[in-house]
Design a protein around this ligand. Structure first.
Ligand code: ATP
Length: 287
């Protein structure tokens, strides 16, 4: 028995950090949406009860450090599942890029195994389990567009933004999310007005969305890696309507409403950056 599941990347349209909590996590307020750049997870039932993971990409761990492995192990232990699974991940999402690739693989594994192992869990139940693996996994269980608060695991789904193109450009550096949060000076943050972003999304106001793009982690990553600032400038120069770094970076995305402009921006950025993708926002969850 086999199951194939898509694990789409996310971008942050808004990312605010409110304060550092006594438990060491940061209290965040994020607007996230999925885009149609996805890993593929192939799950094959194993009668021997073992879990194995293999990945198309050499830099990604193929043992218990892989978040998809952790998702399978968690489900198996929590629900006393006798069967095992072979997980094969075809990686398309750049790694350590601010696009939640690992979290999305874990979420897709939870969804796929819920079917393959016939557990009958709801998305809400899977999202709660996902939070034990990582803060972005809960959002990735649902996909679509949502506001994520708490340490990222409290999910309130919102309407999807109007259809548009998203150009992603990742410079050849990997960023440690933990390191960026450690360097963030929480008392000096210029906070976004998250409510304005939500109103723009719900009003299908593309210009309003571009206007309210804001990520408080940008200041840290842009200081550490000037090439990210350079890509932001190039993305604007080639004609993207709105430009922001996703998550802790280093991937920069540009929102583009006119299809006729996409090729020019894509080609322009390819001159600076090897990893460039032209994708679309995936409207709502499950689409
Ligand atoms: P986020 O946006 O949630 O901070 P990210 O996109 O910056 O995540 P990932 O691509 O998830 O980062 O990778 C971060 C690290 O997680 C990698 O360096 C890798 O070693 C580890 N990892 C574990 N499982 C996976 C996986 N399935 N895919 C990619 N990386 C994984």
């Amino acid at each position: 028995m086999k199951q194939s599941v898509k694990a789409p990347a996310k971008i942050n349209l808004s990312l605010d950090v409110l304060h550092k909590r006594p438990d060491g996590y940061h209290e965040v307020d994020m607007i996230m949406t999925t885009v149609d750049l996805a890993d593929r997870i192939d799950l094959t039932l194993r009668e021997d009860g073992l879990i194995s993971v293999d990945v198309s990409e050499g830099f990604v761990p193929n043992d218990e450090k892989n978040l998809a492995y952790q998702a399978a192990a968690l489900l198996k232990a929590r629900y006393h599942v006798n069967e095992g699974v072979s997980i094969y991940i075809t990686k398309r999402i750049p790694v350590a890029a601010g696009l939640a690739g690992g979290s999305s693989d874990a979420a897709a594994t939870l969804r796929g195994l819920n079917d393959l192992w016939q557990l009958g869990l709801s998305l809400d139940e899977l999202a709660v389990l996902g939070a034990e693996i990582g803060s972005d996994v809960s959002f990735c269980v649902y996909g679509g567009t949502a506001r994520a608060t708490g340490r990222g695991e409290i999910i309130e789904r919102i309407a999807s933004p109007p259809p548009c193109w998203v150009i992603l450009a990742k410079p050849p550096i990997g960023v440690s999310t933990a390191d960026v949060y450690k360097r963030l000076n929480v008392s000096a943050i210029d906070h976004p007005t998250t409510e304005h972003m939500i109103a723009a999304i719900e009003g299908k106001d593309f210009d309003g969305i571009c206007h309210h793009l804001h990520n408080v982690l940008e200041s840290v990553t842009l200081d550490l890696y000037p090439e990210v600032r350079n890509i932001k400038e190039q993305m604007r120069r080639f004609g993207a309507d709105g430009v922001l770094m996703s998550g802790s970076g280093p991937t920069v995305f540009g929102l583009v409403s006119k299809e006729s402009r996409v090729q020019r921006i894509y080609n322009g950025l390819r001159g600076f950056c090897h990893q460039v993708y032209a994708v679309r926002i995936i409207g709502s969850a499950g689409s």
